[in-house]
Design a binder for this molecule. Sequence first.
Ligand code: AMP
Length: 302
Amino acid sequence: MSILVVGSVAYDTVETPFGRAERVLGGSASFFAVAASFFSPVRLVGVVGKDFGEEQLAAFRGRPIDLEGLERMEGKTFHWQGRYSLDLNSRDTICTDLNVFEFFKPKIPARYRRSEVVFLGNIDPVLQRQVLEQVDEPRVVACDTMNFWIHGKPAELKETLKRVQILLVNDTEARELSGEWNLVKAARAIRAMGPRTLVVKKGEHGVLLFGDEGIFAAPAYPLERVFDPTGAGDTFAGGFLGYLAGVGDHSDANLRRAVVMGSALASFCVEAFSLDRLLRLSRPEIDERYRRFQELTRFDSL
Ligand code: AMP
């Protein structure tokens, strides 16, 4: 099944304790698309400026990523700059230059209208709904959001959530969206807003999946060195939804596999700056890490 993704395509400037990357490819839709494309065709909707070069576009080429929906506008590409703390657990946003992203109005090409899976990246919930209005009834609508929208446009966000089946957020966002500190209570409150399936990302502490069949937990892969966490959440979402779209059935067993697949992809993403590791990743490497996840979480009955 094809996945339509709408989100940011960006230049990122990132500082970590291990170095600095200047104006490298970033953006939620970029990480998502490359991760998802290992499993199913992706249709990308976003906007870049005239400064977005062939070198950046090359990242998407040679993969099943359709770029007809990537609009090129007069002006500069969205630029985000962040700096990570020594333990890589927190980051400061140094600047967010919206540039052409400020005027972004998602336009869905006619060819994309019949996409079975839609991923609404972290953009204004009003724009997220405009995307849904331009597509034929998709089988699955998944969505990401952030504190900026939870606090800035709570009513609009709740309206969007009524049309979402799978919500992916981090633990802080789940707490703020629900007003509940306890994540089990938070999940119950959020699932009552619309999404039957909730994925709560907890960074180095792994992921919780809340669904009709109960709760599933997966750890983050224990890496000796995390180089740059930027994009890990979007990469997780790409691996998770890409896998689900690839198998085409959202049984509980497949949702669990998808969580592990998302975690595997995210564990590669953080090994290098930007999309560097994802771009030289192979399917056998992904499958091998999936097996290591199985080994990591295997234990016998009493
Ligand atoms: P993550 O590390 O998963 O939160 O994603 C980081 C990516 O999100 C970076 O590549 C940024 O370019 C992008 N990003 C940062 N701020 C925003 C924003 N306000 N809207 C859209 N994308 C953003």
